[in-house]
Design a protein around this ligand. Structure first.
Ligand SMILES: NC(=O)c1ccc[n+]([C@@H]2O[C@H](COP(=O)([O-])OP(=O)(O)OC[C@H]3O[C@@H](n4cnc5c(N)ncnc54)[C@H](OP(=O)(O)O)[C@@H]3O)[C@@H](O)[C@H]2O)c1
Length: 342
């Protein structure tokens, strides 16, 4: 395929500044955690999603070493498309990857050591056929490795040009402050934090979001649709093609009566705003001035388009926010909580 990007791709989105850096990010970013893996190639629908996203101004694609399955395949598949169709747009793209969770066997295949982080980024670059990534993340906090060592590794990838910027994911407010200082001491900016955040997973409101504002660090919220729980899809039953039916990262047991009653109420509010629940959920995440981007996943181009159309209505009245607060309550879905305990 010889993909040509849409000429008017930059006419609609309002790009947001990432903290006080020079980097602007699209308000919605596409992540490749689910639906982009596979042994040889990604599905045609996923390929279409990449092109559609870029055609609509989404310049940022988020990956990690172990996205698949199998591990590494989202990067390899992305690398193939990059090589055949996106290479000519390299300077228009922000590509991120991460290391922190289990990736290969033995003592050097996960967590936060310099040995693991440096080797993992080298492997990611090979898989994606890239000379450098734009953002490299420490994917989770490692309580057993001195943070100085993780900071050394992050600083090194910037010094040697393998990543332009670095960030952290699912770190607590306290460890974020420490990492920011360690990187600053090494002459490197901690560009961005990637935490989970949605209407039913609000942990960052306690202190992290205020910390990021103070540190002037960007914030990109992952799973803003709570893996699809913040959509109307589960209201009647569990559809066959859905994460809950696949029972991988989203446990069917999460679809409880209490959850469904919250969703039904939130969905009515969204309707009043002329939006679907997914669209209201994304607009709600983006209501924070500190929020740089909402990092979504999608299964189809139709879902992606619906998500991007959320940007047509980002405003909330005080009374709308008050009403949403009645139902936007924790659902204990934060799988990444162990990383922010320290
Ligand atoms: N840093 C980390 O530790 C970490 C962890 C997790 C994710 N992430 C990043 O964040 C990205 C997004 O995470 P996520 O996939 O969990 O995000 P999400 O946007 O909360 O969930 C995506 C899922 O929501 C459903 N969906 C999307 N648009 C929809 C629409 N318009 N209508 C109805 N349902 C819709 C789909 O579910 P169905 O497939 O069921 O249809 C889709 O697969 C990942 O790809 C990854 O890049 C980072």
């Amino acid at each position: 395929m010889n993909y040509k990007a849409h000429k008017k791709r930059y006419e609609k989105l309002n790009y947001r500044r990432c903290g006080n850096s020079g980097l602007l990010l699209p308000p919605i970013t596409l992540g490749l955690w689910h639906n982009f893996g596979g042994r040889n190639r990604m599905s045609d629908e996923s390929k279409k999603m990449l092109f559609r996203a870029f055609d609509r101004g989404v310049t940022h694609f988020d990956l990690a070493n172990n996205y698949g399955p199998p591990y590494g395949s989202a990067e390899s598949n992305f690398g193939k498309i990059f090589n055949s169709d996106l290479k000519k747009y390299r300077d228009e793209l922000i590509i991120s990857t991460k290391a922190g969770y289990d990736m290969w066997d033995g003592p050097y295949g996960e967590w936060g050591s310099k040995k693991y982080l440096i080797a993992s980024l080298d492997q990611s670059l090979k898989r994606m056929k890239l000379e450098y990534v734009d953002i490299f993340y420490s994917h989770r906090f490692d309580p057993l490795t001195p943070l100085e060592e993780t900071a050394d590794a992050l600083a090194q990838v910037v010094y040697n040009g393998k990543s332009l910027y670095v960030g952290i994911s699912s770190y607590s407010s306290k460890q974020t402050i420490i990492m920011n200082k360690l990187l600053k001491d090494r002459g490197v900016r901690c560009l961005i934090h990637q935490p989970s955040y949605s209407m039913i997973n609000r942990w960052i409101e306690k202190d992290l979001i205020k910390t990021l504002k103070k540190l002037e660090m960007g914030c990109i919220a992952f799973s803003p649709l709570a893996q699809g729980m913040l959509s109307e899809k589960y209201l009647k039953s569990i559809p066959k093609n859905s994460r809950a039916a696949e029972n991988s990262s989203l446990d069917k047991k999460m679809i409880t009566k209490t959850y469904l009653s919250k969703i039904s109420n939130l969905s009515k509010m969204a309707k009043k705003r002329g939006q679907t629940l997914s669209q209201m959920a994304l607009a709600w995440v983006l209501r924070h001035p500190t929020m740089t981007s909402a990092l979504i996943g999608a299964r189809t181009v139709k879902q992606l388009d619906e998500c991007l159309d959320s940007l047509n209505n980002l405003k909330f009245s005080k009374s709308e926010l008050k009403q949403i607060n009645i139902f936007a309550k924790e659902e204990k879905i934060n799988l990444w909580e162990p990383s922010s305990r320290y």
